[in-house]
Design a protein around this ligand. Structure first.
Ligand SMILES: Nc1ccn([C@@H]2O[C@H](COP(=O)(O)OP(=O)(O)OP(=O)(O)O)[C@@H](O)[C@H]2O)c(=O)n1
Ligand SMILES: C[C@](O)(CO)[C@H](O)COP(=O)(O)O
Length: 235
């Protein structure tokens, strides 16, 4: 895969969450991993890419940690206003990019700040596979474990056919105009949107699933960071 054959793209990094499930003394994107914050590692996945047109990070209005990071002075990083939900934070970043001259036909990749273990090969595969796709899509992982549907009492009601079940990851890659429209309409309609794909699905589109590495995990709970820190220490 020749990098010059990949499409140019914009990146949106939602980083305005509070990380409540992590139960840490600060939002999880500012916890340390290998001596730097999770957010810095995630930004590095994109800032060095030769096809990156620009990047917007969505930050909480009262975020006291961002100004302390060396990358806070990086002129290539635009700051968008974080919102009450992830979808709001992403939408604000899309609005910002549009105001900075990003075209409706430009590709935009949305990637959780809490996923610092994205490897370049997965990023480039997503770009290559979707470069000519009419809709866009996302990195995802086919379900590996047997899946159970639970009843209200926490007992097994059904074993789910996992052959058609995937876990949605990020980056999720869509044309800026289409995603901005779909997300804006879904937010206005009060639809629960947990990822960019679900906004596109609500708009009637069928995003493509691109298999990626399962270790591009979202740092959500303490054990996630413990595992990744051990993994990075061993590398
Ligand atoms: N209002 C929000 C909520 C989340 N995020 C970002 O979206 C990503 C994925 O969300 P999640 O893992 O749920 O992060 P938090 O909302 O911070 O975690 P929690 O649900 O445990 O509070 C994270 O990088 C988070 O910073 C965001 O930008 N704006
Ligand atoms: C976008 C996402 O990471 C895809 O799996 C996920 O939907 C984020 O959900 P969260 O509840 O905001 O962590």
């Amino acid at each position: 895969m020749n990098v010059s054959d990949l499409p140019f793209f914009w990146a949106v990094i939602p980083a305005a969450g509070i990380g409540s499930r992590m139960r840490a003394d600060r939002p999880k994107q500012y916890l340390s991993l290998g001596g730097r914050t999770i957010l810095e590692h995630t930004l590095d996945c994109f800032l060095g890419h030769p096809r990156l047109k620009g990047l917007a990070v969505s930050l909480a209005a009262d975020d006291p940690y961002w100004p302390l990071l060396p990358c806070a002075g990086n002129g290539r990083i635009l700051r968008a206003a974080g919102g009450s939900e992830r979808a709001d934070s992403v939408f604000n970043a899309l609005q910002l990019l549009a105001g900075q001259g990003a075209e409706a036909s430009d590709w935009v990749l949305v990637h959780d700040a809490a996923r610092p273990n994205l490897v370049r090969a997965d990023l480039d595969r997503l770009l290559a596979e979707l470069a000519d796709d009419p809709v866009g899509g996302l990195l995802a992982v086919p379900a590996r474990d047997t899946l159970k549907r639970a009843d209200a009492d926490g007992r097994v009601r059904q074993t789910v056919d996992r052959s058609v079940i995937w876990q949605a990851y990020t980056p999720q890659m869509f044309r800026l105009g289409a995603l901005r429209q779909a997300l804006g309409d879904a937010l206005q309609a009060g639809v629960a949107i947990t990822d960019e794909s679900s906004a596109m699905e609500w708009a009637g589109q069928a995003p493509r699933l691109i298999e990626g590495r399962a270790d591009n995990l979202k740092i959500t709970r303490p054990e996630d960071l413990e595992w990744l820190a051990r993994r990075w220490a061993d590398d």
